[in-house]
Design a protein around this ligand. Sequence first.
Ligand code: NAP
Ligand code: G3H
Length: 484
Amino acid sequence: MTSKTKLPTYKFYINGEWRESSSGQTIDIESPYLTETLGKIQSISQDEVDEVIRSAHAAQKKWAEVSLQDRAKYLYKWADELINMQDEIADTIMKEVGKGANDAKKEVVRTADFIRYTVEEALHMHGESMMGDSFPGGSKSKIAIINRVPRGVVLAISPFNYPVNLSAAKLAPALMAGNAVVFKPATQGAISGIKMIEALDKAGLPKGLLGLVTGRGSVIGDYLVEHKGINMISFTGGTKTGVHLAKKATMVPLVLELGGKDPGIVRDDADLQEAAKHIISGAFSYSGQRCTAIKRVLVHERVADELVSLLKEQIETLSVGSPEENSVIVPLINNKSADFVQGLLDDAIEKGATVVTGNRREGNLIYPTLLDHVTGEMQVAWEEPFGPILPIIRVTSDEEAIRIANESEFGLQASIFTKDINRAFAIAKRIEAGSVQINGRTERGPDHFPFIGVKGSGMGAQGIRKSLESMTHEKVTVLNIVEE
Ligand code: NAP
Ligand code: G3H
């Protein structure tokens, strides 16, 4: 954008209106790969946060009384509007977070599917009842009716890498379950989040039910998290931020989906061609900027040379460049992230790792890099790079692979590649992670599967049904029948 062109200014969303902040402060959003500023977002004040939360509470009281079928109509309409706007939203995602054009489009379509499935799941969730006489001394005259009720106002905080999908994955279940939502998108990703809310606004959602607050997490984050008007927090982002937030949020239910260091464990009986294909796609798509990316390979030494050679061959065919050309390897979200990734590479090389391919950088574009002979002394063995680098750690047994996999502070997912299904299950049982994939890459979808991080990777669960459950609490009404 030339200096003569006026930058688009994006407003925040409060009580059904788009508004500029009275703070007068805005944040410029730069593209990670274009030499242009995409627009300005509002850096809103604490008074405005208070106002958003007040409107949310007022709207939620009425919304809780709206039938599920009527709530469903708004959400279906939202999914339709997202599809109508898919080109515009995908273009924004691409420019704002540097995601490949096709993947950005898929993110929007996946989101519409997610919303529709959420509606259908919610329509088919029913409470339960219990008879008193199943407990010793109990009586048939007591009947418990157990229903799920909304929590109130849900604070949804999302990361940059799926600015639409991971946001809607919180908003849709929260709204369908009868809550209001205060949505704080990642600053880099906020324009995409704003477009997604424009679609919800077009769907005619009642005023106040959804508030969109923009501003740096470091400025308004703590205020939001500690706010007495927030009844539940659903957060996706880095482990450091998640831990900080968990310390601030006292007695408020929390779901945290955080970072990962997913291992790909390759046994000596694996189909190496297949394993290499899944590892490449798992590790390098969107330049490794996925929580579920394969972030280390633990391979049996007997097949390590062959696997490394297959990985090298495939890495060297990966397209590198612009998201507009659907390159697999694209510039990282900012220079700071690229510096971090380069630091991990430099540390590993200094400590004796072998660069099989890569270790080339142009600004925030890091070429796909394969590092062999990585050891536990190197930071890259343990840290989440969120970039296109893959460390190979050679092991001599399943036992050693399991030990190294579990030594990590993270526990999101793991992949096991083997032809021996019994061994696969035996290893899966001992891996400390929310999900284990057998002969496939680590990934979140399909989106109705439970998605769980343990240890430093999170608390609670997402996935459509799990999110609906976490955004409600059970309430018991006991009927005491007077016997005639
Ligand atoms: P991040 O830096 O932790 O930011 C995540 C969100 O937290 C952003 O909206 C950020 O706002 C906000 N935030 C920052 N400080 C805050 C505070 N004090 N209180 C409340 N909110 C605050 O993460 P990211 O760089 O966007 O995303 C990458 C990380 O997310 C990686 O570690 C990745 O593994 C993880 N992730 C996990 C999952 C999962 O489901 N497990 C999914 C996707 C990503 P600002 O943008 O304004 O700073
Ligand atoms: O970045 C974290 C996302 O939850 C990963 O989703 O496995 O579908 O790419 P994905």
